[in-house]
Structure formats: C-alpha cells, structure tokens
Design a protein around this ligand. Structure first.
Ligand code: XMP
Length: 514
C-alpha cells in the first residue's frame, strides 16, 4: 500500500448534502484532516491525494433520477475504505449490486436503530441507538459480499458493511447532533476501518502554514486587511510569525463599526504590531458614497469596492506591496465555489471584491473552519476578547440600518446595540449566543412618552444560536432581560420609541436583516 498523505486525510465526496460541511468538521474533530471534493472527481485524482478513506455524503437526489450524481464504480474496487451516508449508502448499494427501493414517503426525524452486528461501526455502543434519519429511498437488499449491520422501523438496511473490502454504508446521519453516538460511529470508521492515527491538530497547521507563507512571499511585502474580527486577526498573527517586518496591517474605519470598536482594535493591534499597524479613518468617504443608497446589495458593493480603493490608495503611500492577505475560511471557499448554490448575499470578503485588484491574494486560513481558527488564535497568543468574538459583517452597521445610512441613524443603531451587548454581558448570556445585534427599521410608529405623542423609529433585537451560521435558531432570551434592554433603549436612545424581538429562524429568515 502507498504511504498516506500527511496529515492523514479523509475526503468527503459531495453529493449536494445540506450537511456536507458538518461531515468534514466532525471528522476533523476526531483529529483527522478532512476536505470536501466534488462527487465527480476522477478516481485517479482521488487516489493521487493518498487519502486514508472516503466518505460519500448524502444528497437530495434519488439514484433512479435521470442525471443523478454518481461516481465511477471503479471507486469501490480501489481498495480505499469508504463510508456512504444516506444517499452515499444508496449509491454504494446501487452500484455494487444491491437493491434501492424508491420511498413513497420521506422518513424524517428520530429513529431507533437496532444493531445486529456491532463490529466495527457500533462497537461498544449497545442497542438500540437513537439516530436521525432524513431520506426518501432506502436500501432493501444488500449487495453481494455485504451484511446487514443494523435496521430501523423504516429502513431494513439502516447500516451495511463488507469487512473484506472495507465498504460501509449508513442510512442515518452520524454527523448531526441528533445522533448522540454519531461521533463514536465516525470515530470507529476513521480509526478502526481506515486505520487513522489522529495526526490533525489545528496547532500543527501553524508550522506548515508559516513555511508555506515564507516560501510564497519570499522577500516581498504583504498588506493585511485587518477588520478586527477573529479571522483577519488570526491571519495577521500568523503572518507576523511567518514574515515579521514584511507585514503591514491596515485597519480601515468605514464609519460603520460598533461603539468603541475602532479604539479597541487600535489598542490591541497597536500594542501587538507597533509601527506595522496602520489606522485609516475613511468614514467620511464611505458615508458620502452611501448617501441615498437604500438597496442592501448596492450598499455591499459600494463598501466592498471602496475598501479596496482605500487600501490601494493608502498602501501606495507606504511603498510597494505585492500581496494582500484575507481571512477567507473553508466554508467561504466551499460556498463561493458551489456553482449551483444561489447567491443569497454577496459576502464582501469573497464575492463582492472588484475583479481588477492589483494584488495577489494570500488566504492562509482557506482550509480551516471557524472553531479551528479560534484554536489557532489562542495558540498564536491573541487575547480572548478577540478570539471569542462574534462575527461582524464586513459592511457593518450599513446592513443593520434599514434604508438610508446617515450619521444620525448609525448613531441610533450603535447605541441600541451597545445597550444590548452590555445587558447580555451583565446577565451572563453572551456565551450562549452565537450572534446578537440591533437593527434600525426604516419605518415609524406612534408612541407616547411623558405626556407627549411620539412618532419615531423601531429597533429590532436579534439574537441567534447556531453552529455554522448556515441555519440558526432565535435565542430564547429570558423575559426580564428583554424587558431591561427594551426599557433602556427607549429611555436612553433618542429617536426610538419601540423595541421588537425577532423570533425568526434561518431559514426562512437570514441572520442579518439585509
Ligand atoms: P446571513 O445574514 O446571511 O448571515 O444569515 C450569516 C453570517 O454572515 C454574516 N454576514 C456577512 N459577513 N459580509 C460579511 O463579511 C457580509 O456582507 C455579510 N452578510 C452577512 C452575518 O453577520 C452572519 O454571521
């Protein structure tokens, strides 16, 4: 057998599953490096990556549909261990001589798994197991050489395996947290079937990445677009370690930041980077370019475009730069390359950049997930207040002020947001919330204050819980905390006479309002 790649890699073939990123993340949580590749990647290319194993993801198709995504059947004779999940299992069965029966109804939700043969996937887990299913078709007869390892009420072949070829399939989803033993099942596949040893630690990424950055950059200079968010801060810390004085970090205040944000960033990075940190106050330019612009996508485009222009103009004053560094993460890469996936919002660090940029891009985090980037930040010595912070959209408060973006309206959104953050912090709730903010609406309502009638603007509070920001639930905020926040906002922020709480999940809502 050829030597495996380092770090040991398990590739996830993407059949369009909603959960494909989650599979790769769950694999990495087991200290095995994982990447997502298109399902039609040629077998020779897959083999050239020297993976320890493959996972075939789920997907919305049926194997009987015309044009359903498939793989070269030679894959199953390649000698690589393979785990098929849901559609992946059906495809494996379909291509190796089993029977897949079209489902008349979709089975969706919790199911009980009766384990018939615990080894190797269910070793030590007992029976029955709680699992989570989401499928229409199902495997009804295993292919020659396979054995039925588990069944459930609606799936006579809820798990199957051929130990001699190291091919396994499960109808349920081990990657979702509704399958409580899912991590153990994945771990059995990775360690007991694929023979992985667990050599992936985001920390081990530092050395490799530092080497790669040094080789690529040589003696040239790099400009790092620092937003103060986790991602660009980690990029800055990594580049500083790799190329030291060849790095310049530029932080642009576009006038759309949270209260005290600019001061805080200048304080942390001024201390860390000294003269390599450059602060640019471009708020007037951005506000004048946004004057009269109401459409959210137009706001994003203007902000993205002006960011780059300001970088170009300001960096030109500092001499020649060849590279610009970004905090692009693996989910951005997958989503931007998704092809078939619809553009819901143009996230400006990827899609919204003008095409005529004159720098070469450096994206050292493009293979990492957010939680891994946070771990890296800790290892690089960034303060907890930076590493643990919530994401903040590049276009900032411009997409949290519905309609016209004016200094007065920004002030309202900023003050309301600051009260929200303060009260959540005081109530000890920030750790339970993935993201929270205030949105100023583009409408007015009647109220009464003191003895007088008011006709002012409403603020919406949004607080969500989410693992991956692709789906989200609204945070069940204690009513007394909500009441305190609402009272403070109407009392302390002039121009606001009503406070609402957003109880929409994503989907159908998005996290931001614009
Ligand atoms: P949505 O609103 O799409 O947000 O559910 C998902 C996550 O992305 C952030 N977001 C942005 N980030 N530029 C960014 O850098 C943008 O234009 C942008 N729009 C949304 C949002 O804050 C949430 O974390």
């Amino acid at each position: 057998m050829t030597a495996a790649a380092s770090p040991e890699t398990v590739l996830v073939l993407d059949f369009g599953a909603q959960y494909v990123q989650l599979i790769a993340r769950k694999v990495r949580e087991q200290q095995v490096y994982s990447e997502i590749v298109p399902h039609d990647t040629p077998v020779s290319e897959l083999m050239a990556r020297q993976p320890k194993g493959l996972i075939l993801s789920g997907g919305p198709a049926s194997v009987y549909e015309a044009g359903a995504p498939t793989v070269d059947p030679a894959l199953f004779a390649s000698g690589l261990p393979i785990l098929g999940i849901c559609y992946g299992q059906q495809l494996m069965a379909h291509l190796t001589g089993g029977t897949v029966s079209p489902g008349t109804e979709r089975e969706y939700g919790h199911a009980e798994l009766e384990v018939l043969e615990p080894e190797p996937l269910f070793s030590g887990l007992g029976s029955p197991l709680k699992v989570w299913m989401s499928h229409g078709d199902r495997v009804t007869a295993v292919p020659p050489g396979f054995r039925v390892l588990a069944r459930s009420g609606n799936a006579p072949v809820a798990a199957m395996g051929d130990a001699s070829r190291r091919l396994y399939g499960v109808q349920f989803h081990p990657e979702v947290h509704h399958t409580p033993d899912g991590n153990a099942i994945l771990r059995h596949f990775l360690y007991d079937v694929c023979g992985c040893t667990g050599d992936w630690q985001p920390g081990s990424f530092i050395e490799q990445s530092v080497r790669e950055l040094q080789e690529r950059v040589g003696d040239k200079r790099v400009l790092c677009a620092l937003s103060g968010g986790v991602d660009s801060s980690v990029v800055a810390a990594l580049l500083r370690r790799a190329i030291g004085p060849q790095l310049t970090c530029m932080f642009i205040d576009h006038g759309l930041l949270r209260k005290h944000e600019a001061e805080r960033i200048c304080e942390v990075f001024g201390r860390m980077l000294g003269e390599q940190f450059v602060f640019v106050d471009a708020s007037e330019r951005f506000l004048s370019r946004l004057d009269g612009v109401l459409d959210p996508e137009a706001k994003r485009r203007i902000i993205g475009e002006n960011f780059i222009r300001v970088f170009e103009e300001e960096s030109a004053k500092l001499g020649q730069f060849d590279f610009i560094a970004h905090g692009t993460l693996y989910p951005d890469v997958i989503e931007s390359g998704g092809g078939a996936t619809a553009t819901i919002k143009t996230h400006h660090n990827v899609g919204g950049l003008p095409a005529d940029m004159k720098y070469e891009n450096l994206e050292p985090l493009r293979r990492l997930f957010k939680d891994e980037v946070r771990q890296l930040g800790v290892q690089l010595g960034l303060p907890a207040e930076i590493v643990q912070r919530q994401p903040f959209p590049g276009p900032g408060l411009a997409v949290r002020v519905s309609g016209a973006v004016t200094p007065e309206r920004l002030h309202i959104a900023r003050e309301a947001d600051a009260i929200l953050q303060e009260e959540l912090e005081a109530a000890g709730l920030t750790g339970a919330i993935a993201q929270c903010f205030a949105v100023l609406l583009d409408t007015r309502s009647v109220g009464v204050m003191g003895d007088g009638r008011t006709y002012s603007q409403p603020v919406v509070l949004r607080a969500v819980t989410t693992e991956d920001f692709m789906t989200a639930d609204w945070f069940r905020m204690p009513h007394d905390v909500l009441a305190r926040i609402a009272t403070r906002i109407v009392n302390e922020v002039p121009g606001v006479n009503r406070v609402l709480y957003d109880v929409t999940t994503k989907p159908p809502g998005t996290i931001e309002w614009e």
